[in-house]
Design a binder for this molecule. Structure first.
Ligand code: IMP
Length: 186
């Protein structure tokens, strides 16, 4: 038996990363389909609220949405829930500018996946700790990948996609999602 879930996102990178992570964690037991659709991203206080609101808006029997963010320690967690807007306006360069001269470069990337199966709604949170690089490095990935270095590593996610595939926020949220979906099939 296998469960088919529709991942609703306008971002192909997210779809590819999540599909690979689920395949690794659940094999053929979970099939992820891509519904390329945008939905309203409300301005809310947490990624969880954004995801819950999105799940109220989208239709479907087995649907998945995600909201992600970059939380920078020296900026008290900014851009956090504003990550998409900040990326569109000032980009990763803007984050580098705000941290110029700052020694505390700690940051965390977070992914919250929201699943609705029939009437049941579940959230799965994945986090990866790391630090902000001093300049943009790497060509792979998307968003803040060129400035995010996971803890214990020297390369940014954009320089080392294999690192991202192994230990990203999205990978960790996907593992929790896979565990839940597999438990429904036992
Ligand atoms: P959203 O989940 O699409 O709202 O993402 C918020 C912001 O974070 C956007 O600017 C994305 O490009 C960025 N972002 C989301 N996921 C990642 C990631 O895995 N790496 C780097 N940036 C990301």
């Amino acid at each position: 038996m296998s469960i088919e879930v529709e991942f609703i996102t306008g971002n192909e990178h997210k779809f590819r990363e999540l599909a690979a992570a689920l395949k690794e964690a659940a094999g053929d037991a979970v099939r992820l389909r891509w519904r390329r659709q945008r939905y309203t991203e409300v301005q809310a206080g947490s990624l969880e609220e954004v995801v819950l609101h999105a799940l109220e808006e989208v239709e479907g029997e087995a649907v998945l949405v995600e909201d992600a963010g970059l939380f920078v320690s020296a900026l008290n967690g900014f851009p956090g829930v504003y990550s998409a807007y900040v990326h569109e306006t000032i980009g990763s360069e803007g984050i580098l500018r705000m941290l110029r001269g700052e020694r505390d470069r700690r940051a965390c990337m977070v992914s919250v996946l929201g699943l609705r199966l029939g009437e049941e709604v579940r959230l799965f949170r994945g986090e990866v700790q790391g630090r902000i690089a001093h300049r943009m490095r790497g060509e792979h990935g998307f968003g803040y990948d060129p400035v995010f270095i996971p803890a214990g590593c020297d390369a940014t996610f954009a320089e080392a996609p294999e690192l991202k595939a192994k230990l990203s926020h999205r990978k960790r949220a996907a593992e929790k999602l896979a565990e839940y979906l597999l438990s429904l099939q036992r």
